[in-house]
Design a protein around this ligand. Structure first.
Ligand code: ADP
Ligand code: G6P
Length: 514
């Protein structure tokens, strides 16, 4: 049997494959790891749960043939140059991304972008329909593919469909701006179970269904009004990282040696501060640099005793807001170094590259203060990776309260990145707090991540998907004639009244039952 004929009991579908097709100087194909937290998390999930991964290969043109990588069956979906512009850069990252991240930059609305979004979502759904075995679990990822659940249901009423949103879900007042809001909600309601990072995200979604579609909701369930009797559950299951795998990497002697080397090559500063982000306006890089620059001007800190390494992975470089951000960040770094650096001791080391996992683990170990200051972030895996790498209990995590991670790691040095004065004080506190206290905090943070790793996340997600209402037997008249009937509730309702208020720490047990 050829690999194209084999079907899979688990099919993950994400905009990107875990690997990104690049061409080297001689025009040879070179597959590199795709950027972002989604791939970091899902790659380790798929290593433990074999299946197929449907996604875009990262370049323009025909889809390459399906292939195997690390035991995963990868099925590429092709996008042409126009679709990359309209579906990926346009609707996904210049319409949805800003709306879902509090409109930190304005969102653009173009009808041709929406048309491309619909067309490409259908292509992903068709690829899923080919890969899924009868009764398979189909796990749709993120904001780029919100129409896929309903499209897969149309094509394959026999499969069970889940969707997980890696980014925030906006308040209804922002979501309502989208001219295609009803179509997006209907697309998602094709799923059996919808997962979110925070409980407030799930609640925003349920509220949008009530207010914008007029559907009845109860607790975390939305009842469809199509006569099917289906009730869709929307609940928080915060994502995580492969704690054991990363900790083992960080304990490798070569990685620990590399951490020392990094410090030495930076002139052995007393305090090494670190930022690691995709170069994205949601990450609060400008706010972080502003606070740092002011601390230098006010002579609270300065090189060579204190230095900052900012790793900023290239991202979405053809979208205007990202180009503008890069210019601003690079100008700021140049100004800080020009005014406040010394010969052989720059105040900021700015690195616009991707690095292997070993190098990232070494950087995390080398850093005394990790600056995670997003204005809005679904989770932020970097925060969890930092504490995982600190098996020596060293270091301090400065963490924005606007990240999903903060809801689990609120013992960290919490900051509001909009409050520059407050951020400065938090950075100074992270430096000056006695080592013993910092070790106590680090121990607590590490315990939380160790107990809530990505494998546990995947188990909880798939259990919630399996517990979602069953589908009816396939209708002999064909897929579109099928009218699913909901069985009795299989999991308890989570009444809104008992959930924590927005902004309060959410523990896993308040978000979804296991
Ligand atoms: P996002 O998904 O928005 O990019 P996350 O913090 O959740 O943000 O995930 C980012 C992931 O990318 C992490 O696993 C992090 O280690 C990785 N990463 C970030 N910058 C780099 C880089 N320069 N090189 C390699 N990996 C990186
Ligand atoms: C975030 C999103 C992912 C996305 C990643 C990288 O993690 O949630 O869906 O893949 O950023 O962004 P990119 O646009 O390069 O895929």
């Amino acid at each position: 049997m050829t690999s194209a004929r084999k079907t899979f009991d688990l099919v993950v579908v994400a905009n990107r494959l875990p690997v990104d097709k690049q061409l080297d100087e001689d025009g040879n194909v070179d597959w590199q790891r795709s950027p972002g937290g989604l791939v970091t998390a899902m790659e380790s999930v798929m290593r433990a749960n074999p299946g197929a991964w449907v996604g875009w290969s990262g370049d323009a043109g025909e889809a390459p043939a399906p292939f195997y990588e690390d035991g995963m069956h990868l099925r590429p979906v092709g996008l042409n140059a126009e679709e990359i512009r309209d579906f990926y850069e346009g609707f996904s990252n210049d319409t949805l991304w800003p709306i879902y991240h509090d409109v930190i930059v304005p969102a653009s609305f173009h009808r041709e972008w929406w048309a491309a979004y619909e067309r490409v979502n259908r292509r992903f759904a068709e690829a899923v329909a080919v890969e899924a075995a009868p009764g398979a679990r189909v796990w749709v990822q993120d904001y780029q593919l919100q129409l896929v659940p309903a499209l897969v249901r149309e094509l394959r009423p026999d499969v069970r469909i889940g969707w997980f949103n890696h980014i925030p879900w906006p308040p209804v007042e922002l979501f309502a701006q989208l001219p295609w809001r009803a179509r997006i909600l209907e697309g998602l309601l094709g799923a059996d179970f919808l997962g979110f990072q925070r409980q407030s995200d799930a609640r925003n979604f349920v509220r949008a269904c009530r207010q914008l579609l007029g559907l009845k909701t109860k607790g975390d369930r939305v009842a469809l009004a199509d006569g099917s009797g289906r009730r869709i559950r929307a609940a928080a299951i915060p994502i995580s990282i492969d704690y054991m795998g990363l900790e083992a990497l960080a304990k490798r002697p070569d990685v620990m040696e590399r951490a020392k080397e990094i410090r030495e090559s930076l002139g052995d500063p007393k305090v090494l501060m670190l930022g690691v982000d995709r170069l994205d306006y949601t990450k609060g890089i400008r706010h972080r640099l502003k606070a740092y620059e002011e601390l230098l001007h006010e002579r609270h800190i300065g090189p060579p005793d204190v230095t900052l390494v900012q790793v900023a992975t290239p991202s979405r470089e053809r979208v205007e807001a990202y180009r503008y951000l890069r210019e601003e960040v690079e100008q700021t770094v140049g100004r800080i170094n020009g005014e406040l650096g010394q010969i052989g001791a720059p105040a900021v080391h700015y690195l616009h590259h991707s690095y292997p996992r070993e190098e990232m683990a070494a950087l995390f170990q080398a850093a005394d203060v990790m600056l995670v200051t997003p204005l809005r972030d679904g989770m932020n895996l970097v925060a969890k990776e930092y504490v995982t790498c600190r098996h020596d209990l060293g270091g301090a995590l400065v963490l924005s309260e606007f990240t999903g991670a903060w809801h689990e790691l609120h013992q960290a040095f919490t900051c509001n990145p909009h409050d520059i004065e407050g951020l400065k004080q938090t950075m100074l506190r992270a430096i000056s707090t006695p080592t013993r206290d910092k070790q106590r905090i680090m121990r607590a943070l590490r315990r939380r991540v160790a107990d809530h790793d990505v494998q546990r996340w995947a188990r909880r997600y798939l259990a919630a998907l399996d517990a979602a209402p069953d589908l009816p037997a396939p209708d002999p008249r064909g897929p579109s004639a099928a009218a699913p009937v909901a069985p009795p509730e299989s999991a308890p309702l989570a009444p809104n009244a008992t959930g924590p208020a927005d902004g309060e720490p959410v523990t896993a047990s308040t978000s979804v039952s296991e």
